[in-house]
Design a protein. Structure first.
Lengths: 260, 469
């Protein structure tokens, strides 16, 4: 019974979510359930609400949720501050990671991890660095990067690898990758995908947001959803991504019109 | 003034006092020639110091407040209510239980050792205006380094200190240097013989711990030819209700080829006027570096300067100022180029939180007849809240074709996107803000000695807590 209960609630669940920016509605009655252990991909043309979904879930103050709910393992997160959502286990890899001048990667991740410990407890420094180096090696990030400032002067590929490094270190329950493939060449893409794949498992649910099918060749999703005008217009398995690639986004438009 | 008269008539023999520990070295409030006589008598000073002080008092009285360029808040200083001299023997009148909880909490979170907390809170007042020196004094003495208090320096080593005393900063430099010259006590006098490189920083902690009590330290450091010395000064003060005045004078003399580094981290209570004059005289090939961090106080006015007197002398000022609600940090630097091929570097970072105000005033002077002089000035201001304020007043006088000056200034705000990014990683808004501010000052703090950069980081975290929400 307990197992059954846990299984039922080990999800990132989005229920009839309506999100506006200013007065403009972007997401419209958007619903999706991502169980732990699964990788879902959301594809869609630009301006359909993909990044809005990511930022609204993470709690960005510019995105107003007008109705609906979002729950982590059965608990609504909408009243939580962005940092509380993070500590609940929600991670978002940014499409455009922000520079933090003067703050080193090592100190930044350490501060984020310390924030997860009970008051008065501190991270064990040697263990922390062992873990950090191990993950940096996996992501082919030079160890010198620990003393670089977060995203400051990084190339596109370095920024994205650094996002996955943070994901690996923070060990989230659910991760949203917002266009993590944008601006990456094929080699960088493979490294990032290898990193994500190594984190896949029954304790992690992943939502991959992408414009292109290419990333999904490397991070093979269990489910693919096509987003258009703030709604999911079609869902399927990994082959849907190929079909979409082949038929183009005009096909999506037709699907949406048929659905409406 | 009336209280002064009655106080100084009291016999100085402590046995005659009703409360001997309380009144032994207390000159009362207010300032007059009698106050000065009292100070000189207690300290057993030579006549030349007595007349130096009395001349200074006249200069102080004759000079107007510099409110034609500085803040009118200076007019709120009530000179009659200030105690101008108070030394060891002053027993604390409060108990640890009386110390406000917020002060105790601040000590706790700053990680100040238990045994220091009571002293800082004014529960155990050991040495007030006479600086307390650490064992390091004896350790350096074997190399011939003199590290003493100002009173002892003038008394026992007049041949060394009298030559430069009041020469780098003349009494009449400004109203507050005159005030200091009249009533100075405490501070350090240091002499480093030629070629001696002092391996450990020399430290003295000056702290205000008596209500309504002004501190007027006088520090003079002379680094003789080819010598090197680092001096560190740290101040932490508990919060008091009535305004307190702190007005120090610090003079540095770097003889040819010498190096002096002077480091200050100050965290004044928010009712303190901190009006300090700091200047160095740099001879040929010498290097003087001021590192100056100002946190707290009601008003700080401080512009460390270097007079680059000898060829190839170098001066540096690295400063950080943080102004919170009801605080004004009016700080900057002065670089006076007076010889060929002299170089100077000024990096100033200010942070204004809430309604805090920070002001940068910089003066760079390069006359026409000089050749090969260089100055670099960078001043960056960070505004935390929309009602925070910053002003910049650079005054750069550069003449002559062969000299170069570079000036960069920036004003930035912590961006909402940056805070959101950090929050997404699990840092609270306050933690994100203080991390961001620490990042802003990082390129300066990483040049500081470890213990100071750690202390500064903690202070910034505490200051930033109230800034969000």
């Amino acid at each position: 019974m307990i197992d059954f209960f846990n299984k039922m609630t080990a999800t990132l669940e989005i229920q009839n979510l309506n999100v506006s920016i200013g007065e403009k509605p972007i997401l419209k009655d958007f619903s999706l359930t991502i169980p732990k252990g699964e990788v879902h991909a959301i594809m869609g043309p630009n301006g359909t609400g993909k990044s809005t979904l990511a930022k609204a879930l993470a709690g960005h103050p510019d995105y107003e949720i007008t109705s609906g709910d979002a729950l982590i393992d059965g608990e609504s997160i909408l009243e939580m501050e962005p940092d509380e959502r993070s500590r609940e286990g929600l991670f978002m890899a940014f499409q455009y990671p922000i520079e933090i001048p003067g703050v080193t990667i090592a100190n930044f991740i350490r501060a984020a991890l310390n924030g997860r410990l009970p008051e008065g407890e501190e991270l064990n420094a040697p263990a922390y660095y062992r873990s950090l180096y191990e993950k940096m090696d996996m992501l082919k990030i030079d160890r010198k990067f620990t003393s670089r400032f977060v995203n400051d002067g990084f190339s596109g590929g370095e920024k994205k690898r650094c996002e996955i490094l943070q994901m690996a270190m923070l060990d989230p329950k659910y991760a949203i990758l917002d266009e993590t493939d944008s601006g990456l060449d094929i080699d960088a893409l493979k490294v990032v995908a290898d990193g994500v794949n190594s984190l896949r498992g029954e304790n992690l649910g992943v939502l991959v947001i992408t414009h292109y099918q290419r990333l999904l060749e490397y991070i093979v999703p269990d489910h693919v959803h096509v987003l258009y005008d703030g709604r999911i217009v079609k869902s399927g398995d990994k082959d849907l991504a190929l079909e979409l690639e082949e038929k183009g986004y005009d096909w999506v438009k037709e699907l949406a019109e048929t659905a409406a | 003034m009336t209280t002064t008269t009655t106080q100084i008539e009291i016999d100085r023999d402590k046995g005659d006092f009703q409360y001997p520990e309380q009144h032994k070295y207390d000159a009362g409030t207010g300032l007059s020639e009698k106050t000065i006589d009292y100070i000189c008598d207690v300290k057993g000073e030579d006549d030349w110091i007595r007349s130096f002080r009395k001349r200074a008092l006249k200069v102080f009285e004759s000079k107007p407040m510099p409110t034609h360029w500085a803040t009118k808040d200076l007019e709120n200083i009530d000179f009659d209510k200030i105690r101008y001299y108070l030394a060891d023997g002053q027993r604390a009148s409060r108990s640890w239980e009386d110390v406000p909880d917020d002060v105790k909490e601040t000590f706790e979170r700053l990680g100040i050792p238990e045994n220091e907390r009571k002293f800082l809170a004014g529960v155990e007042a050991q040495f007030d205006s006479e600086a307390a020196y650490s064992n390091i004094k004896d350790a350096v003495a074997k190399d011939g380094v003199i590290f003493v208090g100002s009173t002892e320096g003038l008394l026992k080593h007049p041949d060394i200190f009298r030559k430069w005393f009041g020469k780098v900063i003349p009494t009449g430099d400004n109203k507050f240097s005159a005030l200091n010259s009249a009533v100075f006590s405490g501070g350090s006098f240091i002499y480093v013989p030629p070629g001696v490189k002092v391996s450990h920083p020399l430290q003295a902690y000056f702290r205000i711990n008596a209500e309504n009590f002004g501190q007027f330290e006088r520090t003079l450091i002379i680094a003789d030819e080819g010598s090197e010395v680092t001096y560190m000064e740290g101040c932490t003060a508990p919060k008091f209700d009535t305004a307190t005045l702190h007005s120090a004078v610090v003079e540095l003399v770097a003889m040819p080829g010498a190096k002096i580094e002077y480091i200050t981290v100050q965290n004044w209570a928010s009712n303190v006027y901190n009006l300090v004059t700091k200047r160095a005289l740099a001879h040929e090939n010498s290097v003087v570096k001021w590192i100056d961090c100002n946190i707290g106080s009601r008003l700080t006015m401080k512009y460390p300067g270097v007079v680059l007197k000898g060829r190839k002398a170098r001066g540096e000022v690295l400063s950080i100022a943080l102004a919170n609600d009801d605080q004004h940090q009016d700080t900057g630097a002065k670089m006076i180029h007076a010889a060929d091929e002299t170089t100077s570097n000024v990096i100033s970072k200010s942070i204004s939180v809430g309604e805090g105000r920070s002001t940068y005033r910089g003066q760079v002077h390069m006359p026409k007849h000089l050749k090969g002089c260089k100055n670099n000035t960078e001043c960056d201001a960070l505004l935390i809240n929309s009602n925070s304020r910053t002003d910049t007043y650079p005054a750069i006088t550069v003449r002559g074709d062969d000299n170069s000056v570079q000036h960069e200034a920036s004003v930035s705000k912590v961006s909402a996107e940056q805070i959101f990014y950090m929050q997404q990683r699990g840092l609270s808004e306050g933690e994100a803000m203080s991390l961001s501010v620490n990042g802003f000052v990082n390129d300066l703090t990483r040049q500081f000695p470890m213990e100071y950069s750690v202390e500064l980081k903690r202070l910034i975290e505490l200051e930033m807590e109230g800034s969000v929400g």
